[in-house]
Ligand binder design. Structure first.
Ligand code: GLV
Length: 310
């Protein structure tokens, strides 16, 4: 029985080596060289893989998606019917995301956009000192990634708030939920961080109305999915000064088209979906564990909940 691997070629080789390091006995086939379709019992794939193609494997008993977000699986055609799907919950993926949030919070908090603009113009000018205890961070989504970002920011002295669909507690974080909770948090948020899963409910959550609730001059960090942000609304808010800066790692579509106004916008930091990248050696153990569980008919870990959409 074999595992089908499918992602970019260099990542595929790293995944193969990482899986073999966990279990040297694994038979790994790198897509498109799947061999006999009947051999494939697990598919470890990422967003570019055609989900219809997976229906060719009659003995598939596990599909693993090589990342945290699963919005590419929740829209049609979806995974092969009846095949359980796991995503990754990985400590390194999570800490990488917390680093990304910290980096951009600090850039905005420490007036880095202004200081870089001053440097470009050779201006020596000290701006008013920022007060960490007054820079309120509002995180949309307190799952694996959002709660890790909160835990990274709290010890530095930032007041951290978090919003979730259903009530949720994270130590030290002031939490909000539901539609009213969202508005209440936004009214007090100086740096808004989006780490939500993309679902029909969260699509377009960062829009003219919600951006308008933020205190004037707030910042946005989006490391979730491009579909969370209504781009025209964000650009208008940046141009009016309602939003003072945005760090964006994700876009719709990706790659961000070369003529998109974000590229050259002085208040926008563009990242090429690189906030946190899965490190195969860190993520491989959970994949091999799930494979063992699938073979033995034991409950799988990190399963995607298709009802919730994440
Ligand atoms: C990356 O975007 C991921 O979902 O892991």
């Amino acid at each position: 029985m074999a595992i089908l691997l499918s992602t970019k070629l260099n990542a595929m080789e790293a995944w193969r080596d990482a899986l073999l390091a966990e279990d040297p006995g694994l038979d790994i086939r790198m897509f498109p060289d799947a061999g006999d379709p009947a051999d494939i019992e697990a598919a470890v794939v990422w967003t570019a893989h055609d989900l219809m193609e997976l229906r060719r494997y009659p003995n598939l008993k596990l599909m693993v998606s090589m990342g945290a977000g699963v919005d590419h699986l929740t829209r049609p055609p979806g995974p092969p019917p009846g095949v359980p799907v796991a995503r990754l919950k990985d400590a390194r993926l999570t800490s990488g995301m917390a680093e990304f949030v910290l980096l951009n919070v600090m850039r905005f908090h420490r007036q880095d956009l202004e200081y870089r603009a001053q440097q470009a113009a050779r201006i020596w000018n000290e701006l008013p000192a920022p007060d960490t205890t007054k820079r309120r961070i509002g995180i949309l989504g307190l799952g694996e990634l959002g709660s890790a970002a909160a835990r990274t920011l709290l010890p530095l002295g930032f007041p951290v708030m978090g919003w979730t669909r259903n009530p949720r507690q994270v130590e030290g974080v002031e939490t909000f939920h539901g539609a009213d909770g969202l508005d209440a948090m936004l009214r007090r948020t100086d740096i808004l961080v989006c780490l939500l899963p993309l679902t029909p409910d969260t699509r377009g959550v960062v829009n003219a109305r919600t951006l308008g609730l933020l205190p004037r001059g707030a910042f946005l960090i989006n490391a979730a999915r491009g579909g969370h942000v209504v781009d025209a609304d964000l650009l208008a808010a940046l141009d009016s000064g309602q939003v003072a800066g945005a760090a964006l790692d994700v876009f719709e579509p990706e790659p961000l088209p070369t003529d998109h106004p974000y590229w050259g916008h002085p208040k926008v930091l563009v990242w090429p979906h690189a906030a946190s990248i899965t490190i195969p050696s860190s993520a491989a153990p959970q994949v091999v564990e799930n494979l063992r569980r699938a073979r033995e008919g034991r409950p799988l870990i990190n399963l995607v909940d298709f009802t919730a959409g994440y």
